[in-house]
Ligand binder design. Structure first.
Ligand SMILES: Cc1cc2nc3c(=O)[nH]c(=O)nc-3n(C[C@H](O)[C@H](O)[C@H](O)COP(=O)(O)OP(=O)(O)OC[C@H]3O[C@@H](n4cnc5c(N)ncnc54)[C@H](O)[C@@H]3O)c2cc1C
Length: 378
């Protein structure tokens, strides 16, 4: 039995590890010439860490990550809107919340796989089904036959485009810059996100005096003006926000900026297609507002390995995976999109009203949502 996984991102690599753990060898086909992370930092919430626990790799991740005490939402003057105590997570959800540099996360994941498990420079163009097998056609002219295909090839998945040509990605209405910088962040105990009239600014401490920040502003899709934004432009935009935001920007070089428009995937009607399965962003790409995209990809990997162990055949396991995963992942996509609309309100008056309403929200409302997202059982 040969299983191919297209895409060597968080979903693809974690799935290869999860399958290896149950004695199934899968080959990962990655488009890039080397396995490296695209992006800056990432939050691994308790549900993701619990998934890594199940795979027995949580300690390695924790060593490279940074434990988070709390997540605070502030207004542009630095006044607290809401605070989530993430340190209490371990008791409640069985794991803590960490932040990690994406490159380090990829290194840890790769350390659990053999080089022979991951083939780089293999950009899938399209596939063909022939009998019970699937033939993969790559951009370098090569082909591979597999019995089963797990598509973990991201939001623009070519496998999904072939299976569901009418599926659409949706621009969220805001654009985002990110960077990881050297910064005395070891004393920072909390991650924060600031909501203000110029947009949103997130500050996330990482390990070893590194800091990950992101900034989102409302924009037209693919606006060339923003594509060419430099750190000075961001300083003009966010320079009046509370400390340490201006200082964080002053410590960033323009060449460190990663820019992209934020989009998600409209809910799909199907993840399982007999011998082919969509997972991760290929199946349920979400906006980053809940910090759950990768966390859900990690849940996917753990649950897929679990159903494969229990189901009589792989197509049965893929259908069971779809049954178990569709409602939860699409709930995250929907909630995250909604949070983005609220967080990105840039009108001063409406924003002020939102902040007052948020402060008045009973803690139980926030808790309910946290329980639903983080309180996963594998
Ligand atoms: C600004 C921002 C912040 C985020 N913050 C968080 C966070 O804090 N926490 C969190 O959980 N999530 C976060 N996310 C979401 C997270 O990044 C994604 O959900 C996650 O990376 C999805 O993993 P994936 O492996 O499914 O897809 P990807 O990471 O997109 O990986 C897909 C892989 O497939 C490869 N590929 C693409 N096309 C082909 C092809 N044709 N053939 C072969 N290989 C191919 C790509 O090169 C890539 O390696 C954030 C996203 C954004 C945009």
């Amino acid at each position: 039995m040969k299983i191919g996984i297209t895409g060597g991102g968080i979903a693809g690599l974690t799935t290869a590890i999860a399958l290896k753990r149950i004695g199934i060898h899968a080959v990962v086909y990655e488009a890039a010439p080397t396995i490296k992370a695209v992006g800056a930092g990432i939050g691994l919430a308790a549900n993701a860490m619990k998934g890594f626990q199940k795979l027995g790799i949580d300690h390695a991740i924790m060593q490279e990550g940074r434990l988070l005490d709390a997540l605070v939402i502030k207004d542009e003057r630095g006044r607290q809107i809401t605070k989530t105590d993430t340190l209490a997570s371990s008791q409640k959800y069985g794991a803590d919340n960490f932040t990690i540099h994406r490159a380090r996360l990829h290194q840890v994941l790769m350390s659990y796989l053999d080089d022979a498990d991951v083939h780089t420079n293999k950009r899938l163009l399209h596939f063909e089904r022939s009998g019970s097998k699937v033939q993969l056609h790559f951009a370098d002219g090569s082909q591979e036959w597999v019995d089963y295909l797990i598509a973990a090839d991201g939001i623009h998945s070519p496998v999904r485009q072939q299976l569901l040509p009418t599926a659409t990605t949706r621009y969220a209405g805001y654009t985002c810059w990110r960077a990881v910088i050297d910064y005395p962040a070891d004393h920072l105990r909390e991650a924060s996100e600031t909501w203000g009239p110029m947009g949103r600014f997130g500050v996330v401490p990482l390990k070893d005096n590194k800091l990950y920040w992101y900034a989102c502003v409302k924009a037209r899709e693919n606006d060339i003006r923003y594509k060419n934004f430099k750190v000075d432009d961001l300083l003009q935009t966010f320079g009046s926000y509370h400390p340490p935001i201006p200082e964080v920007l002053q410590n960033t070089r323009t060449e460190q900026l990663i820019w992209n428009d934020i989009a998600d995937l409209a809910p799909l009607p199907q993840y399982a297609f007999d011998t082919i399965l969509l997972i991760g962003d290929a199946a349920h790409a979400t906006t980053p507002n809940m910090g759950q995209g990768a966390c859900q990809a990690i849940e996917d990997a753990v649950i897929l390995a679990d159903v494969i162990q229990r189901a009589p055949t792989l197509p049965d396991a893929f259908r069971e995976f779809e049954r178990l995963r569709m409602a939860r992942t699409q709930y995250i996509v929907k909630q995250s999109r909604l949070i983005g609309v609220v967080a990105q309100l840039q009108n001063k008056l409406i924003g002020g009203l939102r902040n007052r309403l948020m402060r008045a929200l009973p803690a139980s409302a926030q808790q309910k949502q946290l329980d639903k997202v983080l309180g996963v059982e594998f």
